[in-house]
Design a protein around this ligand. Structure first.
Ligand SMILES: *Cc1c(COP(=O)(O)O)cnc(C)c1O
Length: 232
């Protein structure tokens, strides 16, 4: 009997649909389509699901765990050396050297201890991935990210004290809330701090995020289909 795991979604068609929606949303916002970078979120997806997305031309991928990414990507990168990886999940200070080695963008910097550890890891590894500051726009207790009221000071510290290559901000709006308020808040914090990049928007809301100025959207389900449950 067929199980859900055996159904292979047409990831190349899905990717084309997402790219078309990004272009349409950008055009509606009066922006060029190439002002939005698609990060294909490959967390939990096995390598055989990722390969057809690579073969369809996608080169920028997101992962939320350093260890999982270290297991999957060296082999995939051997075939596609121009791949760029974004870390979109929480990073522990003791994993920073691993993260700096593998990732090209680290989107989840949210506290001084981590910022300091990252700066040291970049010096030791002689590699400087771009950095985004994660802002907890919903001020949810269980969520990562710097609180909005502390964002300006933390951004300044990352740039001036830790000398990190800060390129932009990232947020994950609370589930079940209207995301546009969070997108607008993130855009305003970026504007007043002179940052150009905004990583916001997932499968459920990336066209809205583009309307609010997203330059990076992180889309998993719309490309890969539903993620296999990790509980099973
Ligand atoms: C899983 C994840 C995504 C992608 O979510 P989808 O709803 O599958 O598009 C985006 N951003 C972060 C931080 C994630 O953990």
């Amino acid at each position: 009997m067929a199980t859900r795991e055996l159904e292979q979604p047409d990831v190349a068609a899905n990717l084309a649909t997402v790219n078309a929606e990004i272009a349409a949303a950008a055009e509606a916002a009066g922006r060029p389509a190439d002002s939005v970078t698609l990060v294909a979120v490959a967390k939990i997806q096995p390598a055989e699901r990722i390969r057809p997305v690579l073969e369809a031309g996608q080169r920028i991928f997101g992962e939320n765990r350093v260890q999982e990414a270290e297991g999957k990507w060296p082999a995939l990168k051997a075939d596609h050396p121009d791949v760029r990886l974004h870390l979109i999940g929480p990073l522990q200070s003791n994993k920073t050297r691993h993260a700096v080695r593998l990732f090209d963008v680290i989107e989840t910097v949210d506290r001084p201890k981590l910022a300091r550890a990252l700066a040291q890891a970049m010096d030791k590894e002689e590699r400087r991935p771009d950095v985004f500051i994660q802002v907890n726009t919903g001020e949810e207790e269980q969520k990562h990210g710097v609180p909005p009221g502390e964002a300006d000071a933390f951004i300044r510290a990352c740039i001036d004290d830790f000398l990190l290559p800060v390129k932009g901000l990232m947020c994950i709006p609370p589930i079940g809330e209207e995301p546009s308020l969070h997108f607008a808040l993130l855009r305003e914090i970026a504007r007043r701090n002179g940052l150009d990049e905004l990583s916001m928007g997932m499968t459920a809301d990336y066209p809205i995020a583009i309307r609010f100025g997203a330059t990076v959207v992180r889309v998993g389900t719309a490309i890969f289909g539903a993620r296999p449950s990790v509980d099973q």
